[in-house]
Design a protein around this ligand. Structure first.
Ligand code: ADP
Ligand code: MG
Length: 621
């Protein structure tokens, strides 16, 4: 037997890898199983494409054999195997990946079709995290001789001739302290299911199973072999081969939800990047949807091998209700969280996935309106969050969100509002700030009702924040009706007939209200009410200011709205003909206070309000 040193500073490098490359020792099993899967893929590829290999048997399987007493595990495959030279160059040199060499010899399409996981050349060494001695016995397909490679992962390795019945590779691990926990069949099954459940080849585990012996009233150890993985990776199969049931079952297994999903989008992308995505929308919004520490619902796979399920980088936050899988051909197996954050491959997949999800949703909205209603009832709000954050997809999102409106029962979309617009209407209107009933009875809506213009009722508490940043839908302007500037659609009403006569009254009211108002002016938006309150274009509404204050923002100046009065209203007309200052002063405050009350803003001085009310009452009785 010849003892050989590892090439170039390998032993130090090895220690480094063992201790820093992988954060979870359990991934040793993922790496070894992936290597076996690669080896099976390689052999399959050769038997399909190479004359010299065509006659060789191909019975793909991966066998794990556990010896709990000896604390050893073997991982055996019927793949391509290695000869002496391969063992030296593939396992004797770190970061020299045989897989990479093999890949570089393949041309375009063949490369795409081969499912080669490893490309990094360090996976095998991760086994030294859990083993203090590793023996590899391998026989290359098409050759008679087998070889044994042995190493403690520190000094070097030895190679000697060995025996193996068929081609393939057997890896024997002698577990160290750290690895002992894996000398347990439960633990092994758990790790295989977690990372390798969807490997295309069957993985069997042979172990001593405890079985109850009724006759002798004790449990016996029975040597048992069971398949551990599902070996399905359903998402990699063509859509045409999959039934509704297949999709639903997979959904339940990955989401833990017992209900059927609402719908799903299955995409296979080929070209510059190769990847498969399968996204599900749960029937009911996940319970943690509005918690900061929500659980990520999309799992990342690289070539059918599970990588992680807690990366918030996979989809934008507003799509956190999506469940499913991203399976990439182009990412390295040991891709880390940090790498993911600015990984070009993942960024492209993410961008394309968002576009895909949004366009599929639009499809459903158009062709299955009832299904879409079920969807939007659960997910309107996260989509609105998207409007706030995802600038690139704002147009698509604007078409997906739904609103209450003055013209329809239930919910409606902007496209529908647009289609109902009056011929000469120039903008789309909405009202924010307050509950639905408060908004529906707002004096601000009176003129729109009179003119038969539809107004969207935005009663969700995030609506004002979201929509204050959006001023267009396509080429139409989106306007808040409680903002001071009047829109083109009201222009014909802009000047009251009695503007001149009104001026002294407006001045008097303004003098009375002092610095509680920015201005007092004649309104063009009122029909039935005597007064209303409007805010400046840039200013948050009164309700928003109240909310900000409630959230603890102290430095918000007291609201200073503009009071508008209705020149055609009884009260205003009568006031014009009064010269009595006391009555006009009371009226000024009462017009202001009632406008605030209609906006749902509490009065600053209720006692004064009541006193005035009583004075006025006693006059009229
Ligand atoms: P990678 O898988 O990234 O190439 P590894 O360190 O996991 O790197 O493995 C190094 C090389 O050893 C592989 O590329 C492959 O050529 C060879 N190898 C490892 N395990 C097996 C196996 N079970 N059968 C055949 N070859 C293997
Ligand atoms: Mg590998």
């Amino acid at each position: 037997m010849s003892k050989r040193e590892f090439q170039t500073e390998v032993s130090q490098l090895l220690q480094l890898i063992i201790h820093s490359l992988y954060s979870h020792p359990e991934i040793f099993l993922r790496e070894l199983i992936s290597n076996s899967s690669d080896a099976l893929d390689k052999l399959r590829h050769l038997t399909l494409t190479d004359e010299a290999y065509k006659a060789l048997p191909f019975n793909p399987r991966i066998d794990l054999e556990l010896d709990e007493e000896k604390s050893t595990l073997t991982i055996a495959d019927t793949g391509i195997g290695m000869n002496e030279e391969d063992l030296v160059s593939h396992l004797g040199t770190i970061a020299r990946s045989g897989t990479k060499n093999f890949l570089s010899q393949l041309s375009g399409d063949a490369k795409r079709d081969s499912n080669l996981i490893g490309q990094f050349g360090v996976g095998f060494y991760s086994a030294f995290m859990v083993a203090d001695r590793i023996e590899v016995v391998s026989r290359k397909a098409g050759e008679d001789k087998a070889w044994r490679w042995v190493s403690d992962g520190k000094s070097g390795f030895e190679i000697e001739p060995a025996e193996r019945d068929v081609a393939g590779t057997t890896i024997l691990l002698h577990f160290n302290e750290e690895g002992k926990q894996y000398a347990n069949s439960w633990r092994l099954q758990e790790v295989v299911k977690k990372y390798s459940n969807h490997i295309a080849f069957p993985i069997f585990l042979t172990y001593d199973k405890s079985e109850w012996n009724e006759a002798e009233k004790k449990s016996d150890k029975v040597r048992t072999t069971e398949q551990v993985n599902a070996a399905s990776a359903l998402w990699r199969r063509p859509k045409s081969e999959l039934t509704e049931e297949d999709y639903k079952e997979l959904y339940k297994s990955i989401s833990g939800d017992s209900r059927d999903p609402l719908f799903w989008f299955h995409t296979k992308a080929e070209g510059t990047l190769d990847y498969t995505t399968l996204f599900y929308v749960p029937a009911k919004a996940p319970l943690d949807l509005y918690q900061a520490e929500y659980k990520v619902g999309v799992k990342l796979y690289v070539k059918r091998v599970f990588i992680m399920d807690d990366s918030k980088e996979l989809l934008p936050q507003y799509l956190r209700f999506i469940r499913g899988i991203i399976d990439s051909e182009d990412l390295p197996l040991n891709v880390s969280r940090e790498i993911l954050q600015q990984n070009r491959v993942l960024t492209s997949i993410r961008t394309a996935s968002v576009k895909k999800i949004l366009s599929e949703l639009k499809n459903i909205a158009t062709h299955q309106p009832e299904k879409y209603l079920e969807f939007i009832t659960e997910y309107n709000r996260p989509l609105k969050e998207g409007l706030y954050g995802d600038y690139a997809n704002r147009e698509s999102l604007l078409d997906l969100v739904r609103f209450k409106s003055t013209k329809v029962d239930g919910l409606t979309g902007l496209a529908d509002v647009k289609s109902r617009m009056k011929e000469d209407q120039k903008s789309l209107y909405y009202i924010t700030g307050g509950s639905e009933s408060l908004l529906r009875t707002s004096p601000l809506l009176e003129i729109y009702k009179k003119k038969d213009i539809e107004v969207l009722i935005l009663d969700d508490d995030i609506d004002e924040i979201v929509f204050s940043g959006i001023d267009k839908y396509g080429d139409l302007e989106l306007k808040a009706v409680n903002k001071a500037s009047t829109s083109d659609d009201l222009k014909d009403e802009a000047e009251p007939d009695n503007a001149e006569a009104l001026k002294p009254l407006l001045d008097k009211l303004k003098a009375t209200l002092g610095d509680r108002v920015k201005d007092v002016r004649a309104s063009v938006r009122l029909a039935d009410s005597p007064s209303c309150i409007v805010s400046d274009e840039e200013e948050p509404s009164l309700q928003m200011q109240q909310m900000l204050r409630a959230m603890g923002q102290k430095d918000i100046p007291a609201p200073k709205p503009t009071l508008e009065i209705n020149p055609d209203h009884e009260i205003v007309k009568k006031l014009l003909s009064r010269s009595d200052d006391a009555v006009t002063q009371d009226a000024a405050w009462m017009l202001f206070d009632q406008a605030l009350l209609m906006e749902g803003v509490p009065l600053q001085d209720p006692a004064a309000f009541v006193q005035r009310l009583n004075r006025v009452l006693s006059l009229s009785i």
